[in-house]
Every structure is written in C-alpha cells, then in structure tokens.
Design a protein around this ligand. Structure first.
Ligand SMILES: Cc1ncc(COP(=O)(O)O)c(C=O)c1O
Length: 360
C-alpha cells in the first residue's frame, strides 16, 4: 500500500487535515463498511441462533488475537474492554490497595489513569516529569519508590507532550508491579509488553477503531482479583453468584461489546501497513520542525507521535478556529498548549494546513 492509497482509505481526510488521533483516530472506509455489514447480519439473524452466537464468539477470538499480536502478547493474557480507563480500573481495583499502600505515578497522566488511582485507597506519590528532560524521568520516578510502594502506574507515551516513558527499565529496576497506560502508544509507536505486568490499549485512537473499545494485557491473570466480573466472562456461576473464573485473562472481559464495533475494529486492525510506525515518526518530526519555525514546541524530538505547541492566542479558541479552517486538533486544558496528533496517514499538506491555519 502506498501512502496515497493509505490516505484514500480515510474519507475524513478529503475534508479535514485530521490531526487528532490522540483523541479519536480517523475511520477508514473499510472499517465503516465492516460495521455496516455486521449490523446488517445481526439484524438478519435476529441476534439469535447458534450460527449467530458462534460468529460473535469467533469475532471476539480474532480481535483478541490481532490485538495481542500487535503488542507482543498472547490472547490468553488479553482481556477485551471498552477503554484504557476500564483497564486501569480493573487493575487498580483488583489489586485491593489499602490505606497505607503507595502508588507511584507522574504529574503528566490522563484522568483515565488518575481517577482509578484517586479512589484506590492508596497514597498516590507523584513524580515530576512534566517539562523535564526525558533522560531524567527514570531517576525522578524511581526516587518516589519506597517500602510501601505497591504499584508503578504511568503512561508509555505522555498524552501532553508525547514523551516516551521508560516503562521496561522501571520494571527491571524496581521489580514492582507496573501498570502501563498505553492509550497514546499502541498503534502509534512499536509496543512490546515485555516484562510489565499490565498494559492497556485504546481501540479508538491510534488503532483507528470505532469508539469505545479497548483491551488489557495481564501478565499473570491468576494473580489479580476480579473486581468487576461480567457474567458471561466466567467459566461457571452458581445460583448464589459465586463463580469459577475462566482460566485466562478473558475472565477480565468487561460487559458486552457490540458486535458491529468489534467487526469495525477487526477491519481497522487489518489495514495497518508495515511502514506505519516509520511514517508516523517521520511526519511527527516534520510537524514539530514546521511548527517550531513560528511557535514554541513542547518536549523533545524523537518521542511519540504528538506535537504540542504554544499558540499565540487562547488554546481553546485556536483549536476552534482551526476546526473552522478544516484542521482538527485539540487544546490541552490547563497547559496553554494545542496538540496535533500525527499518524501514518498524515501528510505534509496536513501539516502545512495546520501551520498556515494557526498563523492566520
Ligand atoms: C494517556 C491517556 N490515557 C487514557 C485515556 C483515556 O482513554 P480511554 O477513552 O480509552 O479510556 C486517554 C485519552 O485521551 C489518554 O490520552
């Protein structure tokens, strides 16, 4: 697939310089068609009968396998969820943290992780990594670890600056359980779950699936308590509600996921070209350089696929004006920044429209 062919997959690119995959990725024509086709099939089958039921289960098997392949995991270690936030809640609640326990995180996390931590009962210790050199992050985070630390919980790629965090290094150096928020990494940069314990996936961002979709990697499913049991995700259930969990991470699957959403996600997972990461990295650097000619660009080059910058005017107004000019980006409340997300579908013309649109 050439780059021009890749772009032609996404109808939104005919109208917009679409630079917001950090929130929601663009939907491909084939993804939309797969969703429509599955919704039609569901209606034709009456959402009932053995064939329909089995086709739904097979779809779940295929999606689980494809997401697992993407992050170097096995399907047995992957739960299907509706979001990264779901994954963070499942892990944090499942660990049964108590007052007196400590969790170490950073001051650049998204509420999808912060909220589960806030209700965990543990004391949250926050490492200052915002606007600091990327090379200082390991030391800054490690320095917050103490004898009461039960969990390290942080993003692989910070949603504010795109900075890549040293999650594998932190796991190796501390030996602590590590929960990685993968919302801005999976689909944007190469990811291997490696040695970390928990790794979340958002389906609707860099993987270009419909929303809301997600997954959660759990290295050792037996070691985590099931805090939010879905009735059909267990091996067997007694009349009094006691249950025997499935043997693998499927026991952490959240509630029902609409089949047409899963069909759309499968189609989106199938269309990713081999060159996706290389291209996304290149165009991100191009975007950062182009913005830097007129604006302060936040963070360091060579990180994730986000380019945040300080606009001349109010960031929310700038984002709204850009939208009116056909450029989709977002502001980051509380920072004074606007964030552009560059994917493998992004081209130089999108970047020019962004820079031209802000300059006007
Ligand atoms: C770093 C990060 N974590 C979590 C989330 C929430 O993702 P989800 O909607 O899949 O829960 C986001 C969404 O923008 C994010 O950027």
């Amino acid at each position: 697939m050439t780059h021009a062919e890749a772009r032609a997959l996404f109808p939104v690119l005919d109208r917009y310089a679409y630079l917001n995959a950090g929130t929601l990725g663009p939907l491909a024509r084939t993804t939309l068609e797969a969703m429509e086709e599955r919704a039609r099939y569901d209606q034709e089958q009456g959402r009932g009968g053995k064939a329909w039921f089995e086709s739904m289960l097979e779809l779940r098997v295929r999606v689980r396998q494809k997401v697992a392949d993407l992050i170097g995991a096995t399907p047995e270690t992957l739960a299907l969820t509706s979001s990264t936030t779901d994954g963070c809640n499942i892990v944090v609640a499942g660990l049964g943290l108590q007052p007196g326990d400590e969790v170490v995180t950073t001051n650049s996390e998204h509420p999808g992780l912060l909220l589960p931590l806030a209700v965990s009962g543990a004391t949250v210790r926050v490492a200052d990594v915002a606007n600091r050199p990327a090379a200082e992050a390991p030391e800054r985070i490690a320095s917050m670890v103490g004898p009461k630390t039960r969990l390290l919980a942080l993003s692989h790629v910070l949603w504010t600056t795109g900075q890549v965090m040293p999650v594998q290094e932190l796991k190796r150096e501390t030996g602590l359980p590590v929960l990685v928020d993968g919302a801005q990494s999976v689909g944007a940069i190469p990811v291997e779950v490696g040695e970390v314990d928990y790794y979340t996936v958002s389906g609707q961002k860099w993987l270009c699936g419909p929303e809301p979709l997600g997954a959660l990697y759990i290295r050792d499913p037996d070691s985590l308590r099931i805090a939010f049991p879905a009735y059909w995700a267990q091996a067997s259930i007694e009349p009094d509600g006691t249950f025997i969990p499935r043997e693998n991470a499927g026991r952490f699957d959240t509630g029902w996921i609409a089949t047409h959403m899963l069909a759309g996600w499968e189609a989106a997972l199938d269309l990713r070209p081999d060159w996706c990461f290389e291209r996304a990295a290149e165009v991100t650097e191009h975007c950062r350089r182009a913005l830097a000619e007129s604006y302060e660009v936040i963070g360091e080059p060579g990180q994730g696929t986000l380019a945040s910058f300080v606009p001349a005017g109010d960031p929310a107004e700038t984002a709204a004006q850009l939208y009116a000019r056909g450029v989709v980006v977002r502001d980051l409340p509380g920072t004074g920044w606007v964030r552009a997300s560059c994917g493998w579908w992004t081209n130089e013309d999108d970047v020019e429209r962004l820079v031209g649109g802000v300059n006007r």
